[in-house]
Design a protein around this ligand. Sequence first.
Ligand code: ATP
Length: 234
Amino acid sequence: MSELLKVETLSAGYGEAVVLHDVSLTLGVGQTLALLGRNGTGKTTFINTLAGATRQHGGRITLGGAALDKLAPHQRAAAGIGWVPQERNIFKSLTVHENLTAVERPGKWNPQRVYEMFPRLAERKGNLGTQLSGGEQQMLAVGRALVVNPKLLLLDEPLEGLAPIIVEELLRAIRRITQDEGLAAIIVEQHPQAILAISDAAVVLDHGTVVHTDSAAALRAQPEVLERLLGVAR
Ligand SMILES: Nc1ncnc2c1ncn2[C@@H]1O[C@H](COP(=O)(O)OP(=O)(O)OP(=O)(O)O)[C@@H](O)[C@H]1O
């Protein structure tokens, strides 16, 4: 398995505050990593640091062998980072279609393929971002990250606050993107079973450091470890 992402002894945070301490992990081409941890343990900070939206205090991040550390967020997107932030951040004053075409870059993902995956978005093609439900906004945020044609997709709590039927639809899409299409991804979740089921590896953060690394299948099969690390066994 060739290596896609390599994070070495990373420390990062906001201004002078350091939230992540000495975080190291690797991810292979086409692999999916579940990034888990209780509230406030640094998961979003880690994702944001890969995307270039925090202050990196130390360590090194490479994607496909190229250093990301000094790149601005838009340069990281060009280097292959597809980011779906927790706040979704779709362009609310643009239509669904404009949201996709505004950032589209050549590659196998284009608006048409996004519409095939999320038929709801095809139906809402001409609607403004402000006219979308939370679930539709999340689908659009995923679609918008895909049409950039990234090497690595970062999904920060993509299922949070959504109705069960939308969760199912998004999970199916994420499974298709990562498993069938082979796009590498890091998925942050607090409620891990559904994500562990579609991931290859799992990393658990606590107080900004890595406290557990395993295969997703092994962690999923150990409810007592999940309970100890996350306070959930489900
Ligand atoms: N913009 C910010 N400025 C300063 N500190 C922040 C900022 N955002 C987060 N933090 C702090 O960083 C720490 C980690 O937060 P982070 O959001 O990365 O955790 P998380 O694991 O993603 O939590 P959650 O599951 O609640 O989203 C927390 O102590 C939080 O208060």
